[in-house]
Design a protein around this ligand. Structure first.
Ligand SMILES: NC(=O)c1ccc[n+]([C@@H]2O[C@H](COP(=O)([O-])OP(=O)(O)OC[C@H]3O[C@@H](n4cnc5c(N)ncnc54)[C@H](OP(=O)(O)O)[C@@H]3O)[C@@H](O)[C@H]2O)c1
Length: 337
């Protein structure tokens, strides 16, 4: 089979195509023919040696997010059967409840091998069926960006229809958050550096639009547009946006602390304290959250937004496209078909 490896994480040029024998599933394991994978900002950090965990293991197979078809199963497998269409969970060991101390060590494409390969063996517990209406390419967008957005919206305080949700920028997590929030009857404020992208966010259901480049004090607009601030921020910006996100949140609201797209900035905790805000750390989510999200995606026939699909041979181009931040939603690599 063909696969990619990262001999060392020294940049996109270090992505190396290789060949290996097709692995065989052991007890409780499942062999999946991978059809598609998708990229996340995290994958850029990993390939550039800037991941939070430090340098990845040598010769890592990259990417956490993929979907494919079950080819064969080992003894004692009951959760899936050959022919099933499945996606892998971002953290292979996190089934439900709060994240455990060892779950991060099972994150694919970072701590352990990922999915940018024609075949991969999974533990049966690390797989989940794809919603029937989704293609493999659409299914491959779900495990990290989708589940993170779901967790930020529905893993914390209860949100009610009509509550305001702020999504920052138009990357993978933010576009999923928009789609899931709209399906739940929430009112979405979307920000972007691009008016064209904002128009696309409007078409996807955003009620209020703010260009953060034209309006550097965008938090003031969010407060005005929502009559006092949002109930939830899907905070993918990090150090450079958090103070503004706090200002854009209403009394008693919640901020899902997700990303670090920006640097700099200073936070005054007193502001969050006086508003009674909940600042909730999000680390993707569990398999149970993934299952709950898939029920919502199925019920509302949500279609993930794919910006562009690259062939397997051009995986490095997909990484470059993701780096350029001209995308809206997800960047996908087709592995088979
Ligand atoms: N904690 C977790 O479990 C978790 C899970 C997934 C992602 N993340 C993190 O969340 C962040 C987003 O990930 P992703 O994969 O969705 O990224 P992505 O698809 O690469 O998103 C890139 C987009 O972010 C927007 N952006 C950049 N700088 C911004 C700023 N100053 N203010 C507002 N928006 C800005 C831009 O949108 P416009 O072009 O529209 O301006 C850009 O196109 C990353 O930091 C990632 O590491 C964390």
């Amino acid at each position: 089979m063909r696969l990619y490896r990262l001999p060392q994480a020294t940049g996109i040029d270090s992505l190396t195509q290789a060949e290996a024998d097709i692995p065989q599933p052991g007890r409780g394991q499942v062999l999946v023919r991978m059809h598609a994978a998708s990229l996340n900002y995290r994958d850029l950090m990993i390939v550039n040696g800037r991941a939070a965990r430090g340098a990845p293991p040598a010769n890592l197979i990259p990417l956490s997010d993929g979907a494919g078809e079950v080819v064969s199963v080992g003894p004692e497998v009951s959760r899936v059967k050959p022919g099933d269409r499945v996606a892998g969970c971002f953290m292979q060991s996190w089934i439900g409840g709060p994240i455990g101390p060892d779950d991060a060590a099972s994150s694919m494409g970072g701590a352990i091998d990922g999915v940018l390969a024609e075949y991969r063996v999974f533990d049966q517990n690390g797989l989940i069926p794809l919603p029937a209406h989704l293609s493999y390419e659409q299914g491959a967008t779900l495990p990290c960006a989708g589940v993170t957005a779901w967790n930020a919206l529905f893993g914390g305080q209860t949100l009610y229809p009509g509550d305001g949700v702020l999504v920052l920028g138009t990357g993978g997590v933010s576009v999923f958050a928009l789609q899931l929030a709209v399906a739940a009857g929430l009112t979405v404020v979307a920000t972007s550096s691009s008016d064209d992208k904002l128009e696309r966010m409007r078409r996807l259901g955003a009620t209020h639009l703010v260009n953060y480049r034209q309006h550097p004090e965008w938090q003031d607009q969010v407060v005005t547009l929502t009559g006092g601030g949002v109930a939830r921020v899907v905070e993918v910006g990090g150090p450079g946006t958090l103070a503004r996100s706090i200002a854009a949140t209403r009394q008693g609201g919640e901020i899902g602390m997700i990303g670090a797209l920006t640097t700099g900035g200073e936070i005054n905790p007193v502001t969050a304290m006086r508003k009674g805000l909940i600042m909730r750390g999000i680390y993707v989510g569990s398999r149970q959250m993934f299952e709950a999200m898939n029920r919502a995606i199925t019920a509302h026939r949500i279609e993930p937004v794919i910006d562009r699909v690259f062939p397997f041979e051009h995986a490095a181009e997909a990484y470059r496209h993701q780096t350029g931040q001209t995308h809206l939603g997800k960047v996908v690599i087709r592995i088979a078909g």
